[in-house]
Write a new protein. Structure first.
Lengths: 242, 242
């Protein structure tokens, strides 16, 4: 069996998230159907990150096993012809049998985009959180730096089982002012369900002055659950590193 | 009665064009409904350009008459709250009774975007024509310059009545290479139905070498109908000048 690794991109707007679900249009479901039709054998894909409904990806990575000898260049073309306009394969290559898109990954890079213009914009509404108030990026950056490193991120997560391991490492975090908003770049060993959107929700409150700069660290120390969740459309999985 | 002028933007993907049609979701229909609900009186809007289904606008202009004294700033806010995410008002102001969005306009500026990357892109598919072949922009520019000025543009139009005046003036045309494709900027006194998309279709054939540089002028001279029409999603109404 060959182990093939694909880099894919999708506009998450019309997907019910990455993970396959009965009766819902998911990235995994649509991709597996296209692969099965192209390769004429049952295929199960493993994704690096299970992005939520509405979350986008510019560099999600998946792998799967196949017995077919199809060249990888040809597979990209054949798949892209079968895939819908909001899900495309960027590249494919053969990897060793040991490669696992999820467990082999050493870090994930996500970007969260905020648009702070006064009026809503039809071009940004699918890809940014419209937050029409000024945000203090320096304060947000300082708050974010206080939670870099290895921590139990349980206060920044949703829908956990009690016994799940919730320790993750946040390698880096950048809050960058843009022409019409703010971009937040996060790289971590992995992210819990809802983690980035809860961190962004808290950061925004720091940015408006509603919360203190140590608000995020305080949650980690006191284990108080964060509750203000940024909407999914601002989030994009940029890259998975191995 | 006050005459109000609005600048609006829309993502044309899910609209059946600008002009009101029974049973179809159109820009005019959705805008008139929002205005009627906001102002509580019947409203008819006049648009500067009747864009086709799938065509976008970053600076469409409309006007309408109302008896209501609502301040223009407030009207923008109230309307944007009622309007769907793919249609928004950018600004509003009161103008003289003589102002007519369509007949007072002196020119329209359109942009057509081509994406020439090898693989389809989920980010461009709604806003560009995916044409994965190299295009010679210098040839296209030369071909376009041969049809600048006042001409009977009937060969570059669709669905005309025989007696319609088909003389228009093309003030300027630019073919600009971009990082991943080509942008065509056109400014004219007005454009016939299908005119830009037929011009772009012809230009692309000049750009690949399939047709000669004088192909467009030849159509004007021989009155041979252009038939290769660029798809709507690459087209955007950028600005209307008065």
């Amino acid at each position: 069996m060959r182990n093939l690794r694909l880099r894919i991109e999708y506009d998450g707007t019309d997907f019910a998230g990455f993970a396959r679900q009965k009766g819902a249009r998911t990235v995994q479901g649509v991709l597996e159907s296209a692969l099965q039709a192209a390769l004429d054998e049952p295929i199960t894909v493993i994704g690096a990150s299970r992005t939520d409904a509405g979350v986008h990806a510019r560099g999600q990575v998946v792998n799967f096993f196949t017995s077919r000898p199809i060249p990888t260049d040809r597979l990209v073309m054949v798949l892209n012809r079968r895939l819908p306009s909001d899900l495309k394969v960027l590249s494919a290559r053969e990897v060793s049998a040991q490669f696992h898109a999820r467990f082999s990954a050493t870090s994930r890079v996500y970007r969260y985009t905020l648009y702070t213009g006064v009026h809503p914009s039809v071009w940004k509404i699918r890809y940014a959180w419209h937050y029409p108030r000024p945000l203090d990026c320096a304060r947000m950056q300082a708050a974010l730096e206080q939670i870099l490193g290895e921590h139990d991120f349980r206060p920044f997560s949703v829908k956990l089982t009690a016994e799940q391991n919730t320790v993750r490492t946040l390698f880096s975090g950048l809050v960058v002012p843009t022409r019409d908003g703010v971009r937040i770049e996060l790289e971590g060993s992995g992210f819990l369900r809802g983690m980035i959107r809860l961190i962004v929700g808290e950061l925004v409150q720091v940015g408006t002055g509603k919360r203190e700069v140590d608000a995020l660290r305080w949650r980690l120390e006191t284990r108080r659950q964060a509750t203000f969740m940024a909407p999914p459309q601002g989030l994009c999985l940029m890259r998975v590193k191995y």
